[in-house]
Write a protein that binds this ligand. Structure first.
Ligand code: C2E
Ligand code: MG
Ligand code: MG
Ligand code: MG
Length: 290
């Protein structure tokens, strides 16, 4: 492992270090191989309009198939892909694939794609998005691009310009993981986001002992409304949380309670039709308005 890791490597290994380094090296080489052949998968998690439980679209979430047949989650390999400067290539593939699949869905459904800050460095992201839309024949308003606060840290002039170009094309710009960082609020007035997604830590807090969380969520929803931004609440896992959101008057929900991410091939006609089969059985709390 010492040789493979290069010259500057420390040559005294404790066994665990060796294993950790070995795992990283293996992940890097698997990642390079996957990029070479576009060997990734996108799974799609449904988003529902809150009050009617109507399906409005899906978020595309990447997975990397491992040699043993399991799927490596994005939080494991995306940071490595960023380190290796492979995220541009991966991100372009994600855009092309997500647009291609979404073009086969009923026309009222949207697809959301996550972008890494590195995809804005070259200054070509709007061209890449435009090409993906054109190639797929997907209307721009059916694509949502999710960015996080980390994109907006530091010098943001060129980032804002690129976001504005994308928005002018008709693509929706979404601030993901809202409230997870330290300065989410300070970005709200700097860019007219089409949507904000409240970080799932808020939903976790709601089922815990943090009784103030509900008040904060309601306040963010009200703020979004004032700013004419739609608000999605993500990470809804329990009937309790769903019931709270019914009363809280947000726009959209997303979470394991309503539907997990699944491969495109499993998005059957009944799911795409509207009121998803992925809904839990109706109960007093989660009554379906069919
Ligand atoms: P995200 O954009 O915030 O996506 C939502 C994540 O929360 C997904 O994890 C999803 O499976 C998970 N999730 C959804 N509902 C629930 C729930 O009710 N409970 C819990 N505990 N989790 C829930 P996933 O697929 O592992 O993705 C993790 C992150 O990786 C994403 O967070 C996103 O930041 C990043 N990511 C995923 N796909 C891509 C991609 O194509 N490109 C880039 N750059 N990043 C991606
Ligand atoms: Mg996201
Ligand atoms: Mg994200
Ligand atoms: Mg998120």
């Amino acid at each position: 492992a010492a040789k493979a890791a290069g010259r500057n490597c420390i040559r005294f290994f404790v066994p665990e270090m060796d294993t950790e380094l070995q795992a990283r090296i293996e992940l890097e080489s698997a990642l390079r191989e996957a990029v070479l052949h576009n060997r990734f998968e996108l799974h799609y998690q449904p988003l529902f309009e809150i009050s009617q439980r109507r399906l409005v679209g899906f978020e595309a979430l990447i997975r990397m198939p491992a040699a043993d047949g399991t799927l490596i989650p994005p939080l494991t390999f995306i940071p490595v892909a960023e380190d290796l400067r492979l995220i541009d290539k991966i991100g372009t593939w994600v855009l092309q694939e997500a647009c291609r699949i979404a073009a086969t869905w009923p026309a009222h459904l949207t697809v959301a794609v996550n972008l890494s800050p590195q995809q804005f460095v070259a200054g070509t992201i709007s061209d890449i998005v435009a090409a993906a839309l054109k190639e797929a024949g997907l209307a721009p308003h059916r694509l949502e691009l999710e960015i996080t606060e980390s994109l907006l840290l530091g010098n943001t002039e060129t980032i804002m310009t690129q976001l504005a170009t994308l928005k002018a094309m008709g693509v929706a710009i979404v601030m993901d993981d809202f409230g997870a960082g330290y300065s989410s609020f300070s970005y709200l007035w700097r860019f007219p986001f089409d949507k904000i997604k409240i970080d799932r830590s808020f939903m976790q807090g709601l089922d815990g002992s943090h009784c103030q969380v509900g008040t904060v969520v309601k306040a963010i929803i009200a703020l979004g409304r004032e700013l004419r931004m739609r608000v999605t609440v993500e990470g809804v896992e329990t009937a309790n949380q769903a019931a709270f959101l019914d009363a809280a008057d947000g726009d959209q929900v997303q979470g394991f309670f309503f539907g997990r991410p699944i491969p495109a091939s499993e998005l059957g006609a009944s799911i795409l039709a509207g009121f998803a089969r992925t809904m839990p059985p109706a109960s007093p709390v989660t009554k379906l308005h069919v």
